[in-house]
Design a protein around this ligand. Structure first.
Ligand SMILES: NC(=O)c1ccc[n+]([C@@H]2O[C@H](COP(=O)([O-])OP(=O)(O)OC[C@H]3O[C@@H](n4cnc5c(N)ncnc54)[C@H](O)[C@@H]3O)[C@@H](O)[C@H]2O)c1
Length: 344
């Protein structure tokens, strides 16, 4: 098998490219090398270009310039604001380049379904990095061992005091783009995590949202997910809860697991079935490193990598249902049926 480093073009050199992607790619330097960087903001592409050792000739303004330059690329990693992602995604796939796209690859559920229909699975993957968090992986492993009974109730409640600030041309796109907001930015992750922990798809959504002013992006989302197997998940995301304490818990028929963050453990609460069985040691590394490790192995084997575009479209359907529920006051089934408003 060819063991040459995988040549990566990092497209978007903003905040999470610096804090998440670049450290993971550096940690896996035996596997992959960043050979091109792209960003409309000169200072951002030069910052990451210098940090990752990319020569000036391979630092580009946008994806069209990258493609015109003909840099050899095995994997393009898209780390752009969601509004800029679909154009770059289409141009790269059209040029025959495999793409790993940050979530969400678009905020529009119809566009997501179209991308999912058109893209071949082994050419496009989406970053669902929370599935690679040490605490989530440990919880999934412990549930998979069957020692704790059946999952009944998930609390994935992580209100924040503010939004994660970007670092490039438009650092506050999360608030200035009304289609972004904390539903798409934060609750997104907990929807796919809930689906995996419950081992069951979401079939019905009830939600309430709030925004600081008319026309602004949603900064508070309280969501109840009903899964096909009867599990209920409570998801909370916000940018207006100073000093809130996160509650990430899995409650089963025989016990409770508590998730303690990326690089943190999943602990069994005392006096529950889980507590009697020691957790298996899991390699503790940041979720982005764990994600890339799997992506590179899959690429070398010619297998599909990361989450599918369909997975992304499914999360966006749930979030669209949450938005509809918040606007109509009812529950929304994923069949698209709007349930009757609750009795008043
Ligand atoms: N998976 C996660 O845990 C996670 C965490 C944070 C962000 N994200 C996602 O990563 C993406 C980037 O988020 P961020 O916080 O780094 O934002 P950011 O604003 O800091 O970074 C985006 C970068 O893209 C550049 N850019 C914008 N449009 C461009 C274009 N058309 N061509 C080239 N460059 C362009 C900007 O100058 C900026 O440097 C978003 O999609 C976000 O949802 C995911």
């Amino acid at each position: 098998m060819n063991r040459d480093p995988i040549r990566v073009a990092l497209i978007g050199c903003g905040a999470i490219a610096e804090l998440g992607h670049a450290p993971a790619l550096s940690a896996l330097a035996d596997e992959a090398r960043v050979t091109s960087v792209v960003d409309t903001a000169d200072h951002r592409r030069n910052l990451l270009g210098s940090r990752l050792g990319v020569p000036a000739a391979h630092r580009h303004h946008d994806v069209d310039v990258l493609l015109a330059a003909g840099d050899p690329v095995d994997l393009a990693v898209l780390v752009l604001p969601p509004r800029s992602t679909p154009y770059a995604l289409s141009a790269l796939l059209e040029a025959g380049t495999r793409v790993l796209a940050e979530k969400p690859m678009t905020t529009d559920v119809t566009e997501a379904a179209l991308i999912a229909d058109r893209a071949r699975r082994h050419e496009l993957g989406v970053v669902h990095n929370y599935l690679h968090r040490s605490d989530v992986r440990q919880a999934l492993a412990r549930l998979g061992e069957g020692q704790g009974g059946e999952v009944r109730f998930l609390r994935l409640e992580q209100p924040d005091s503010g939004h994660f600030p970007g670092a490039g041309d438009s650092p506050h796109w999360r608030r200035s783009d009304a289609a972004a907001g904390c539903l798409v930015d934060n609750a997104y992750h907990w929807v796919y995590v809930a689906t995996e922990l419950a081992a069951s798809p979401v079939v019905r959504v009830t939600a309430r949202t709030a925004r600081p002013e008319e026309g602004a992006a949603v900064d508070l989302a309280l969501i109840l997910l009903e899964h096909a197997n009867g599990v209920l998940s409570s998801v909370q995301s916000s940018w207006c809860a100073p000093s809130a304490v996160p509650v990430l818990e899995v409650h089963t028929t025989r016990g409770t697991l508590r998730l303690e963050g990326d690089c943190g453990p999943c602990t069994a609460l005392p006096s529950t079935a889980f507590a009697s069985v020691p957790a298996r040691e899991a390699a503790v590394e940041p979720s982005y490193t764990a994600l890339y490790r799997e992506v590179f192995a899959a690429l070398r084997d010619g297998r599909p990598f990361a989450a599918s575009a369909d997975d992304c479209a499914t999360v966006l359907r749930v979030l669209t249902a949450a938005d509809t529920s918040a606007r109509t006051g009812g529950s929304v089934s994923l069949d698209g049926l709007v349930a009757a408003r609750p009795a008043t």
